[in-house]
Unconditional design. Structure first.
Length: 447
């Protein structure tokens, strides 16, 4: 297949990606304001709609600020491409080699928060459409780019879209791994709430869907805590009355690849302090990432093991809380997992509170959508990797006949949700080429 991507497409797409990365679109509000998730996310939505309009699309912005979309083409059927503009926090700024919100290009890589997840793939898909239009294709279906603003938290943007707008008949989400993901585990995020404490104070972690790479405790007994942690073979740093556990931050869907600093810190603290949250973490979680001590083995052949992540912990005089992220194999229900967790938590005097729950996704491998996209990827790359299942949650599960389709390549390292997140330019442009062919085949008359 010949590529429709020109040098001009590459140059202009890179400039627009830098514009998006420069906007620190981290959620700073609770969804009850206007804009619902903070001004920077609103700015990011306005910027991507301006980019879409400059590419010849008709745009719409939800008056309440939850979503926007951009349309092109004509026909009864609507093909959807679902993207998100919000990003997770930058993490430990001292570990970044560049400004996380600048979009620095260095050695063929563009660095910045959102470059992989999901601003880079969004720009790749947008300029893929531009390439198809420039190549002179005739559209017999409408295509709609739907821009979400709340993907890293509660997906309220998609709920508002589905309540008010037309549903695509098929499509894809450029927020996964090539060749494509046809099944995704169910997502359950929950809080366990316990009593406060006058003896210990903690505030660690940022986002539930990130394995925390650092966790710190400050107190007069920091030296003793550090010694206990060292005996547990935990990597720690002591500075005055502050002890910091160094773990490894990764996305919660692949928790087994990380090292949860909160869990390790809690194990050490539980030796010195009697607190139900610490006891629960030490006895029922520890170094496990599959929830075995809570649920037993939760696993199926299609999507593998359950993943279990403690994303944050807080203890003050009034209350204590941990926030959990669980990715549940498709053959199990969210309800049965929630019931077991509630029962075990109650044994420690902890109150279970559901934060978010999203059902699993499954589109058969022999479906026309999967087979079309798979053939395009293979023809463009020569890579015969099989379609996959995932613990990651993408917008695909919010629509019917929708799959996650790139933009991350299977043999390339992912830095999503990590410091020094970056995207190779050659991969940005290859994804753009793949998406252009996908748009042409899904939306256009054969030339």
């Amino acid at each position: 297949m010949n590529s429709m991507i020109t040098e001009l497409h590459k140059k202009e797409s890179l400039l627009d990606l830098q514009k998006l990365i420069a906007i620190p679109s981290v959620n700073t509000s609770d969804g009850t304001t206007n804009p619902p998730f903070g001004q920077e996310i609103a700015n990011s939505l306005a910027e991507v709609l301006a980019i879409s309009k400059s590419l010849g699309m008709i745009t719409y912005s939800d008056p309440e600020g939850f979503y926007g979309y951009a349309d092109y083409g004509q026909g009864e059927e609507l093909v959807g491409i679902l993207c998100h503009l919000d990003v997770v926090p930058e993490g430990d700024i001292s570990l970044w080699e560049t400004n996380p919100f600048e979009g620095v290009v260095k050695d063929g890589v563009i660095y910045g928060r959102g470059s992989q997840d999901d601003k880079g793939p969004t720009i790749a898909a947008l300029y893929a459409l531009k390439a198809v239009v420039d190549a002179g294709f005739t559209f017999n279906k409408r295509i709609r780019f739907i821009f979400g603003t709340d993907e890293e938290t509660l997906w309220r943007c998609m709920d508002h879209y589905n309540l008010n707008e037309e549903a695509p008949t098929m499509g894809f989400v450029p927020d996964g791994v090539f060749p494509l993901t046809y099944a995704e585990k169910g997502l359950l995020q929950a809080k366990l709430i316990g009593p406060g404490s006058s003896e210990i104070a903690l505030d660690c972690g940022e986002a539930s869907n990130v394995v925390p790479g650092k966790a710190s405790y400050s107190g007069q007994d920091a030296k003793e805590i550090a010694e206990t942690l060292k005996e547990m073979e935990t990597e720690v740093r002591l500075s005055g009355h502050k002890v910091t556990v160094n773990g490894k931050a990764v996305h919660a869907s692949t928790a087994e690849l990380g090292i949860n600093a909160i869990n390790q810190l809690a194990e050490g603290l539980a030796v010195h302090y009697e607190h139900p949250l610490l006891k629960f973490l030490a006895e029922k979680v520890a170094k496990e990432t599959n929830g075995f001590s809570i649920f037993g083995e939760i696993k199926d052949e299609l999507t593998g093991e359950l993943t279990f992540n403690v994303g944050s912990i807080s203890i003050n005089e009034a209350v204590s809380e941990i926030v959990l992220d669980m990715r549940i194999p498709v053959e199990y229900t969210i309800e049965e997992i929630a019931l077991t967790l509630e029962q075990v938590a109650s044994e420690y005097g902890l109150i279970y509170q559901e934060y978010d729950a999203v059902p699993s996704l499954y589109v058969p491998k022999d479906s026309q959508l999967v087979q079309t996209l798979l053939a395009i990827y293979r023809n463009k790359t020569g890579d015969l990797t099989e379609p996959s299942t995932s613990g990651g949650a993408t917008y695909a599960r919010k629509m019917t006949n929708m799959v996650a389709f790139g933009a991350h390549f299977p043999h390339s390292k992912s830095f999503a949700h990590q410091e020094n997140e970056g995207l190779k330019l050659e991969e940005l442009y290859l994804a753009m080429d793949i998406y252009a062919e996908a748009i042409a085949q899904l939306c256009c008359e054969k030339q």
